[in-house]
Design a protein around this ligand. Structure first.
Ligand code: ADP
Ligand code: MG
Length: 326
């Protein structure tokens, strides 16, 4: 690149505080990491493409935060302890002011989780950010999508739907007062990966996934991988006061098929309710029981409202609420 690929890397991404477990970070052909003896390595990558996963107007600090947050969310969903990450970056130009702000958002979140950027790649091209995260868990402790069992409770962390509500406002399909919009916009641009909760649920949850593409779709992955069905109490889904003030159809759309929530959806045996509560308290994250795992033969996924009636998936009928990215 023109500013000098190596100057750019040195100036914005290479930092002077090497961490325990990182023998060689940025600057050689490979990073050299020392795994914790006896631990398994968990790896995940997520790519963010301008115009598809983020708007060109997003503040660079928030983009740096989100690029790492969505990756940490995958480690959280597996109950892994984050250890490090790499960053592959395509940049339309070497814009120092932009890079400085992007790096500030990225490293603030990295520091909050005690992880180091250990390598990557930098090239000219349409703005594209790909991060790979590395984490650890003891053998057999990783939370997987395949472990849900009939009779398990179904839970979700935090609140769902605000990121989708913000997207609808950006698209001009809905409008919100200024401070309400700022609040839901933060949910979309500054998701908080539930890393502490994922770790606290090791040995308690039977399965877990993070909600990136919408609760129903992501729950579907758990049900398919586990070979089970579920009953989902749609009115029990935790949502913000801002979303709760919207028409019911909008609430259903945003909570059920919104996406970009980065909350954890997980299952645990009914006998583990106190342990789930204790894990949530230790992580400082609210969790809500939203349904139950059933035998697959019964009906796949059943959506039930407060009155106990089956809810037809009417949220699909709002055709200006188009389905999002994959
Ligand atoms: P190579 O050509 O051997 O793959 P590069 O010249 O692309 O290596 O990169 C030089 C060093 O800078 C490597 O250690 C690489 O991991 C690191 N690096 C390149 N781009 C980034 C980036 N965006 N963030 C962090 N490290 C990077
Ligand atoms: Mg290279």
């Amino acid at each position: 690149m023109s500013l000098g690929e190596f100057d750019l890397i040195r100036r914005f991404f290479q930092r002077e505080h090497p961490q325990a477990g990182v023998e060689v970070g940025i600057g050689d052909d490979c990073a050299v990491l020392r795994p914790t003896p006896g631990q398994q390595l968990l790896i995940s990558s997520d790519m963010l493409v301008e115009g598809r996963h983020f708007l060109s107007t997003v503040a660079p600090e928030r983009l740096g935060h989100k690029a790492l947050a969505v990756n940490l969310s995958d480690l959280a969903a597996c109950g892994a302890t984050p250890r490090g990450f790499t960053l592959a970056l395509a940049l339309p130009r070497a814009d120092a002011a932009w890079l400085e702000r992007f790096a500030a958002g990225l490293f603030a979140l990295a520091d909050a989780h005690g992880i180091q950027l250990v390598g990557g790649d930098t090239t000219a091209g349409p703005l594209n950010i790909c991060i790979t995260v590395f984490g650890e868990a003891a053998p057999g402790q990783a939370l997987l999508r395949s472990g849900a069992r009939v009779g398990d409770d179904l839970y979700v962390s935090g609140e769902v739907g605000d990121a989708r509500l913000a997207l609808e406002v950006f698209r001009g399909d809905l409008s919100l007062a200024g401070d309400a919009f700022e609040t839901v916009r933060r949910a979309m641009e500054l998701p908080r990966p539930r890393v502490a909760l994922g770790q606290a649920l090791r040995g308690i949850a039977t399965s877990a996934i993070d909600i990136s593409d919408g609760l129903i779709g992501d729950l579907g992955h758990v049900l398919t991988r586990s070979g089970v069905g579920a009953r989902l109490e749609v009115d029990a889904l935790p949502r913000s006061r801002i979303l709760a003030a919207q028409p019911l159809a909008v609430q259903r759309l945003c909570t059920l098929s919104g996406g970009d929530d980065y909350e954890l959806l997980f299952t645990a045996p009914a006998a583990a309710r106190a342990a789930v509560e204790a894990a949530a308290a230790s992580a400082g994250t609210r969790v809500t029981r939203i349904g139950r795992i059933e035998a697959e033969a019964e009906a796949g996924l059943r959506l039930i409202d407060e009155q106990g009636s089956t809810v037809p998936p009417t949220f699909d009928a709002f055709d200006h609420f188009k389905t999002r990215h994959g």
